[in-house]
Ligand binder design. Sequence first.
Ligand SMILES: Nc1ncnc2c1ncn2[C@@H]1O[C@H](COP(=O)(O)OP(=O)(O)OP(=O)(O)O)[C@@H](O)[C@H]1O
Length: 682
Amino acid sequence: MSAAMYTRPLGSGAGPAPPAASTEAGPDLIAQSHQRSEAYGITANTEPDFSSPGRSVLTEALDENRFLFQHAAPVMETLYDQIVNTHSMVLLTSAKGMVLHSLGDTDFLEKASRVALTPGMDWSEQTKGTNAIGTALTEEEALTVHGNQHYLNANKFLTCSAAPIFDPYGQVIGALDVTGDHRSFHQHTLALVRMSAQMIENHMFADIFPKAIRIHFHTRSEFLGTLVESIAVFSPEGRFISANRSGQFQIGLPFAALKAHTFSSLFGLPISALFELFSGAMPNPKQLCLHNGVSVWCRVKIKQANPWSAAKPMGQAQEPAAEAPAGATAAPFRHSVKKTQFSTLHYLDTGDPQVSNVIHKLRMVSGKDIPVMILGETGTGKDLLAQAIHGDSPRSAQPFVSVNCASIPETLIESELFGYEEGAFTGARKKGSIGKILQAHGGTLFLDEIGDMPKHLQARLLRVLQERRVSPLGAGKEVDVDVAVVCATHKNIKDMIARGDFREDLYYRLNGLVVRLPALRERTDFELVVKKILHTLCENGAQIGISAQVMDLFKRYHWPGNFRQLHNLLRTAVVMVGCQGSIEMGHLPDDFLEELEHGLPNPIPARFAGHIASAPPLPDMPSTAPMPEPIAEGGRLQDVALSAMAQMLRLHKGNVSAAAKALGVSRNTIYRKKDQLPPDVL
Ligand SMILES: Nc1ncnc2c1ncn2[C@@H]1O[C@H](COP(=O)(O)OP(=O)(O)OP(=O)(O)O)[C@@H](O)[C@H]1O
């Protein structure tokens, strides 16, 4: 939790309320941001790059930010209602500044700029210099960047107000922004954006701790149940888990300090007393006294009948049913683990013997703080497994902090991991940063792509793991830290050790238990996995089928991107089919079909050749038409496809649409093969 989050609560609190709205970001903030922009190597005349990042990049970002998106989208609608007709747009971005969703009309923009506000575009400070989104994300503060305050000349016609969005563990997970023509500037916009960000955060709060005890409180009882109420969450044993911005403000402690507290140290009562105090169907708010002497009105939300009788730490409570409906619980996001349909070891065990063995071993060491190293190709579910390890451990109510060593620039890994004090280096954030290791205190630190950890930092990490102490850059002091460590890599660490690229002592510190996730192509439970993913992609338990032909193809394919690739493909197919139909060849993307044609190394097996050659007549095929010639077993898939196209074109007298429909491919697939088809068929 940044200091910004603590010092800038929304609405009236125990002390004087902060200003409801500020106008533009202060000159200091802008000047510092301009300095950073310069350091990134951008010049004011740089033409912003608004080229599309590609659909798969956006899909992946949406996938990663599903939890944020789900809670932000309805709030964005409300916000947009309030700014409609002001020539402005509402944008939601990821923590990296990528636009995930935009609402509003683009009529105030030149054609070239319209694309800038569409999903997929990057508004980080590193690429666009000073702008409200990028700068709010960097500073972790709500601010407006108006007209000339933008770093790039190309953006100076804009006025933008953005607020960072914090998850319930105090991590910035995105930004909400209103952008418009600079002439449409309105001084209340920032307050609206800030309130909306708070609303999103409160929604996430309500969703993420379904089993914990939530105390809603405020100095004035009429503010209970409103946007400005404070919320603090405790485990059934009374350990502090989280508090929203107003909560931190009213209690008077920042998130990091709150982590050492319990309900009784903050409210002066054992948590069991709370249950008696708030028993009854509709208990009235009660007045309690905070540790700082401030009297607050409280309401308590308890989901379980009597959480204290459960006597188990959170997360050991009960596993969700293997077939829990999609969306019944919060979706995964980077820093914290929620109980998702994916988040327990149980859910991941879908019958493949290798995976079952991995899960069996992990269960045996669960809660013993033995470091786990997960090996596996990209997309095999290493991240998900790490979340499940945490989700099933006694630490599950504490943070799960994920650090991807490959995605952080080498120069930033040190400060990201170990944190830094104010002014530790040029470009450092004003208030310093606690660092990922300390953020994970009490919980689990997941070091993804550990093979990419620079050599000079390996020694520092080793010391932290040995001594269980961290010293943030420029701090000159060490802080105790208690974390369970899980790491993952797709690299061969032993080879790296042999080459001198990875420290052997660090390897032995990390590999208490080494498990390997099989590649998708090796799994024996492939069909079940596909069905489960389809089930999660269709809302409300709707059923979607998959044709035997497609399933056969899938089984033959080598899936270099493993689950990630399969997920993306199925998601697109589900959108095309709707949740009631069946996925046929025609619902698969052309590039995938093309890759299949070129990429299947082995001869096509009889069962698949049979599907193409002797499929029953499709509805639009004249029933009297002769069936296409069977294709010889052992032909290359490419030849099989060409031959099927030629036969179908002949059958439909050169009508490409009809042939494409009958084959279940797009017309373009046939047109692209035009030169390879016999001249008489087209
Ligand atoms: N067992 C599974 N069932 C369903 N979906 C899964 C499973 N495992 C992984 N996925 C999905 O596949 C995608 C990639 O998973 P994940 O990020 O865990 O893989 P990874 O091995 O960590 O990848 P990388 O090495 O590239 O970081 C995610 O969308 C995840 O939800």
